[in-house]
Design a protein around this ligand. Structure first.
Ligand code: ADP
Length: 492
């Protein structure tokens, strides 16, 4: 059995805490994969100290040289793609196909960020005075804390660590306690790619102790967080008094809007993939279907039929289409929401219980679930479940559909199914989400395209794409006067 350790100041640390966390395969709770040693508060502080000491030289390393190391990390990820995919599947539970998809995205993002190291350009701006001009340069903040969840245990850390490093920051990486194996593998890859000592530190530990200690360290100048809205807003408030920059990607309650003139087969299949794929454990998962009354019966009948056809099973079996919930606690959260939805008066059409048979009892498998006749005042319409659960809300017309779709504290992703181009563009104007999809699932994205949400989903600059480095850079403005004499007049 493997022991996972924090990586601090160039060394794998034997924690003095005596506290450990088991790494359990959610498809088979008897399969204990390894044990993570959880860092103490003092060890977490040392990780930030180490990043702070390494920052001085790292920021002076030319950006393209930093990019070369990040590019090497992308190549190593490619070389170890199958090992990484197997590790994701074993500790997070998603299917191998989904794990490979996550890795493709992760490698693409890291490659993209490496390329950005040669484009860390500023602008030159002509002055209103003769023989004067201004220009801008981009520099790093200092130590950046990357705090990440378990659902994309390689891609999310990769899309934070790579741009942070390219911009010249040093990093303290605090992954979710549930996924230590992939966090260690990703750290090894960046270290092997040639990062100097201390530039990247890994802290395995709980959010409430190790995470808290990292955030309270005065050397941390920026925090990039992905996880629940509750934790993200708490972190934001915690570091605000120090003026620490925060980028946070948080919860979602992503709607699909289904109009009368849609291609119904496409709408049903895309909604099913968005709602049940990756066990619903994606921040972009479809959790609400807002359907025009006249086609609602047809939609409901077809989505229920489709929900029943998914093959549940361990992610490492080729026949499995949906893996388990990540752990017992997440499984119980899904169960809790089934009760809440029923008590609130939603109509359970399928699923709603643990999946059994064929050895599924050993894992946290949950049947794809559809609730009909959900209304916006029900908790199942407002709160993120993070499981394979779809709420159907029936509406009279497009206007009501948009009121319902936008009645959410979240604003990550959405989609519309219609064959009317005019309605597509009305929808794009009206929907209050950071990303939207036309006639395709709410999930999925590309490495070179910005990613993020509005409202209580997103804080700070968008991740990835043309905006990937914005959060990690400070902009410095330089005024140059080459007249060699006292300025005539003033600039205001
Ligand atoms: P999830 O349900 O995905 O675990 P959380 O928001 O609880 O979502 O956790 C996301 C990440 O934030 C994890 O790495 C977790 O350990 C960390 N975390 C949780 N609470 C805190 C905290 N108070 N301070 C710092 N990090 C935290």
């Amino acid at each position: 059995m493997t022991t996972y350790r924090s990586f601090i100041n160039g060394e794998w640390l034997r924690s003095s805490s005596g506290k450990t966390a088991p790494n359990i395969n959610p498809a088979n709770a008897d399969d204990i994969i390894g044990t993570a040693e959880l860092a103490t508060r003092e060890e977490a502080r040392r990780a930030v100290d180490s990043a702070y000491n390494a920052f001085r030289d790292w920021r002076r390393t030319p950006a393209p040289a930093r990019g070369r190391i990040v590019a090497k990390a992308a190549r190593l990820m490619e070389d170890r793609k199958e090992d990484l995919a197997a590790a994701i599947t074993r500790e997070e539970g998603k299917t191998l196909a989904e794990a490979r998809g996550e890795l493709t995205r992760a490698i693409n993002v890291v490659e993209f960020c490496a390329g950005e190291s040669r484009r860390l350009v500023g602008e030159t701006i002509p002055s209103e005075l003769p023989s004067n001009f201004a220009y801008t340069i981009k520099g790093p903040h200092g130590v950046v804390a990357c705090i990440t969840p378990w659902n994309f245990p390689v891609a999310i850390p990769a899309w934070k660590i790579a741009p942070a490093l390219v911009a010249g920051n040093s990093v303290v990486f605090k992954p979710a306690t549930l996924t230590p194996a992939t966090a260690v593998m990703l750290t090894e890859i960046f270290i092997e790619a040639g990062l100097p000592t201390g530039v990247l530190n890994l802290v395995l530990g709980s959010g409430s102790e190790a995470g808290d200690e990292i955030l309270n360290h005065p050397a941390v100048k920026a925090v990039s967080f992905t996880g629940s809205t509750e934790t993200g807003l708490k972190i934001y408030a915690q570091v605000a008094p120090r003026g620490v920059k925060v980028q946070a990607e948080m919860g979602g309650k992503n709607p699909v809007v289904i109009l009368e003139d849609c291609n119904m087969e496409l709408a049903v299949e895309s909604t099913a993939q968005g709602a049940f794929g990756s066990t619903g454990q994606r921040c972009t998962a479809t959790s609400r279907a807002v359907v025009i009354d006249s086609v609602a019966d047809e939609f409901v009948k077809k989505i229920v039929a489709r929900a029943k056809t998914f093959r549940l099973g361990p992610g490492d079996e080729a026949s499995s289409e949906i893996g388990p919930a990540v752990d017992e606690s997440q499984f119980n959260t899904v169960l809790k929401y089934i009760d809440i939805a029923r008590e609130d008066g939603a109509e359970l059409l399928c699923g709603g219980k643990r999946a059994e048979g064929d050895g599924l009892e050993n894992g946290y498998f949950f049947e794809p679930t559809v609730f009909d006749r959900v209304t916006t005042d029900m908790r199942i319409a407002q709160e993120e479940v993070f499981g394979p659960v779809l709420a159907v809300l029936r509406v009279k017309n497009y206007e009501e559909a948009m009121t319902v779709a936008n009645d959410s504290q979240y604003g990550l992703s959405s989609s519309i199914f219609t064959s009317d181009t005019n309605m597509v563009y009305r929808f794009v104007d009206d929907i209050e989400t950071g990303m939207t999809h036309i006639n395709s699932p709410t999930t999925g994205g590309e490495a070179h395209v910005p990613f993020g949400g509005t409202k209580n989903t997103g804080l700070g600059a968008r991740e990835q794409g043309s905006t990937a480095l914005d959060f990690y850079c400070e902009l410095k403005v330089v005024y140059v006067d080459y007249t060699g004499r006292k300025r005539e007049g003033n600039l205001y």
